[in-house]
Design a binder for this molecule. Structure first.
Ligand code: ASP
Length: 352
């Protein structure tokens, strides 16, 4: 009698365990990982000693133990290039691919593996163009898969943990490396070799990930949304330097630039020759956005001499606020396409 009671109890325990495992699997979120290349998917070439693209999306995922315990993973291999070779056209294709998968009800969020050289701009482009509000984490690595301690696998695990977490549901597109979560809008690559390279300066991190937990520090900045045009307009990004005679600005204006971003000095100042060249470009109907190479605070209408930020703004240049030149260029491309070169409407996108 006693034996029958115990065996019945045992059967109930087994049924409950099977039910629990099956239901937790069914409840596990689906995360799509779209791979594009970068150091995270590179190995050291024994011939040259340099890092070269060498790791497939499948291999990337298999190098991350425990991933299958937090989400059902689906991989899309978009390309496998060093992000120094990235183009806005590839980012447009990436944005449409990610949006297409996020539109599926079962998909909780997406992770994009990408090189770190242009990751900040690529994440910003998707922040501007994705229709979905679901979480997207860009992730990469500063050490390749041949390194003695690659940082890629931990970064991928953290990124998947993040997009599955409730804390990340309103963060939109992020750049997540070395446990820190940055907004696509504010993030900058600050170190060419160190794993702690992505930073948002005075604006601070969105959050932090440790031991599988996501800590929410800040809300993400408000998102601007723009459609992806069939053809992205040609927008040139230039910097300036002591003794600049403005010839590069004039060359861009005379050779097909639909817009120009001038990465200026200080609070957004250029010399008198560059100022004349910017006026020459604007007289041709070419919008000119002024950004600065200075890391914090950005561009202000502070100086009234020939080429000062206030003089530039008064004469029709658009002040780019605290956007980096590379990000302002992408915003200007999308704004020109949307507003058909109407400078008064384009200006609105850059208002602080
Ligand atoms: N050159 C690499 C890239 O941007 C650097 C990295 O991924 O860390 O693809």
């Amino acid at each position: 009698m006693k034996a029958m009671k115990y065996s019945g109890f045992l059967v109930c325990c087994i049924v409950l365990c099977v039910f629990f495992v099956a239901s937790s699997y069914a409840e596990m979120p689906t995360v799509v990982i779209v791979t594009t290349g970068g150091t995270i998917a590179e190995k050291t070439d024994p011939e040259t000693g340099g890092a070269v693209p060498a790791v497939s999306g499948k291999d990337l995922i298999e190098a991350v133990p425990g991933l299958g315990k937090i989400a059902n993973i689906e991989v899309v291999n978009l390309c496998n290039i060093d992000s120094s070779q990235m183009t806005p056209e590839i980012w447009a294709k990436l944005s449409k691919t990610v949006d297409g998968r996020l539109a599926e009800a079962k998909v909780k969020g997406a992770v994009v593996t990408h090189g770190t050289d242009t990751m900040a701009e690529g994440a910003y482009f998707l922040g501007l163009t994705l229709k979905s509000d679901k979480p997207v984490a860009f992730v990469g690595a500063m050490r390749d898969a041949s390194d003695v301690s690659p940082d890629g696998p931990a970064n991928i695990l953290n990124a998947v943990t993040q997009v599955c977490s409730k804390e990340a549901q309103d963060w939109g597109v992020t750049v997540t490396l070395n446990e820190y979560v940055n907004s696509a809008r504010n993030v900058v690559k600050t170190n060419s070799t160190n794993v702690q390279t992505f930073d948002s300066g005075e604006k601070g991190y969105l959050g932090y990930i440790a031991m599988g937990k996501v800590i929410h520090y800040n809300d993400a900045p408000a998102r601007q949304r723009l459609p992806i045009p069939d053809k992205l307009p040609n927008v040139t990004l230039l910097s300036t330097f002591a003794g600049d005679d403005g010839s590069l600005v004039r060359f861009a204006a005379d050779h097909g630039a639909r817009g120009i971003v001038m990465d200026a000095v200080g609070a957004g100042n250029v010399n008198a020759e560059v100022y004349e060249a910017i006026k020459y470009a604007m007289a041709k109907g070419i919008p000119v956005v002024i950004t600065t190479r200075v890391y914090h605070s950005g561009v202000w209408p502070m100086y009234g001499d020939q080429g000062g930020g206030e003089t530039l703004e008064k004469n029709g240049a658009i002040l780019g606020g605290d956007l980096t030149g590379a990000k302002a260029r992408l915003l200007l491309m999308l704004a020109i396409a949307k507003e058909k070169d109407d400078v008064s409407k384009i200006k609105v996108y850059f208002k602080r």
